[in-house]
Ligand binder design. Structure first.
Ligand SMILES: [Ca+2]
Ligand SMILES: [Ca+2]
Ligand SMILES: [Ca+2]
Length: 235
C-alpha cells in the first residue's frame, strides 16, 4: 500500500516508506535502486522540510478569449477546431525555435501529451479553444519565471536558479525533492532547459492537484490501490 503525506490544506506530494516521489515510474525505479545503495540512501530518504504548493487557478474561458487569439487558434487547430498532442508539439517547437535567449532541444511528443492531458477538461483527448488559451497563459507565465531566474543569461536553469524558479511558480519543496527533479529533468551537466522546465512544473502541478482531489476529507494522507496507482502514474 502506498501512503501520501500532506502537511496542510495546500500541501501534497506522495511519500512511500519515507521517500518523496513525484509519481513517475522512472523516478520510483531510480529511488528503489538508490535505496539498495546505502551510500546514497540518506540523501533521498528524509522528508525534512515543509512541502507545499500555492497554485493559481488561472483558467481562461472561451468567452475571455479575444478575436486575435481566436483567429490564431482556428489557424493552428485546423478543421476539427481541436489541438492534438502532435499539433501542440509542432506549434510549441516552431515558437521556441525563434528564441535565442532560451535553450531547448525541443518539446517531445511525450511532454505535449502530458500538457494535453493536464488541460483537457472535457476529456476528449485534445485541446479546445478555452483549454488551449489556459495552457497558453500557463506557458507565458512559466516563460517569464524562467527568464527572470536565469540570472547568468545562460538560457538554462542551474540547480540554484531552478530552486528559485520553482519557488516563483508556487512550489516550496525540500532538498530531497529538488534532487529528484534535477535527476529526472536535468541534462548530464545538471542544467534544465526550457522544455524540461515546463514538463517539470506541469507535472508537479498535476501531482499536487491529484493528491488534493483524492484527499477529499483533507486528512493529509491518501491510500491508493494498484488500479488507482496505475491510472495516476500513467497520466
Ligand atoms: Ca530538453
Ligand atoms: Ca478537450
Ligand atoms: Ca542560467
Amino acid at each position: 500500500m502506498l501512503r501520501g503525506i500532506q502537511h496542510n490544506k495546500e500541501t501534497s506530494i506522495l511519500c512511500v516508506n519515507n521517500v518523496w516521489i513525484d509519481l513517475h515510474p522512472q523516478v520510483l525505479i531510480f529511488l528503489y535502486e538508490r535505496s539498495i545503495d546505502s551510500r546514497q540512501e540518506t540523501a533521498f530518504t528524509h522528508c525534512e522540510d515543509r512541502v507545499e504548493a500555492k497554485l493559481d487557478n488561472d483558467t481562461v474561458s472561451e468567452a475571455e478569449v479575444d478575436a486575435g487569439f481566436r483567429g490564431l487558434f482556428t489557424k493552428l487547430a485546423g478543421k476539427d477546431m481541436e489541438i492534438s498532442a502532435a499539433e501542440l508539439q509542432s506549434i510549441l517547437n516552431k515558437i521556441i525555435a525563434k528564441r535565442t535567449d532560451i535553450k531547448t532541444d525541443g518539446f517531445s511528443l511525450e511532454t505535449a501529451r502530458v500538457m494535453v492531458n493536464l488541460m483537457d477538461d472535457n476529456g476528449n483527448g485534445q485541446l479546445g479553444l478555452g483549454e488551449f488559451a489556459t495552457l497558453w497563459k500557463k506557458i507565458q507565465k512559466y516563460l517569464s519565471i524562467y527568464k527572470k531566474n536565469d540570472m547568468d543569461n545562460s538560457g538554462t536553469m542551474s540547480t540554484p536558479e531552478m530552486r528559485m524558479a520553482l519557488k516563483d511558480a508556487g512550489f516550496s519543496l525540500n532538498n530531497a525533492i529538488h534532487q529528484i527533479l534535477v535527476v529526472r529533468y536535468g541534462e548530464a551537466d545538471m542544467t534544465i532547459d526550457f522544455d524540461n522546465f515546463v514538463a517539470c512544473v506541469m507535472r508537479l502541478e498535476m501531482v499536487f492537484k491529484v493528491f488534493m482531489k483524492i484527499d477529499t476529507a483533507n486528512t493529509g494522507s491518501i491510500e491508493l490501490d494498484f488500479q488507482q496507482w496505475l491510472s495516476f502514474t500513467m497520466i
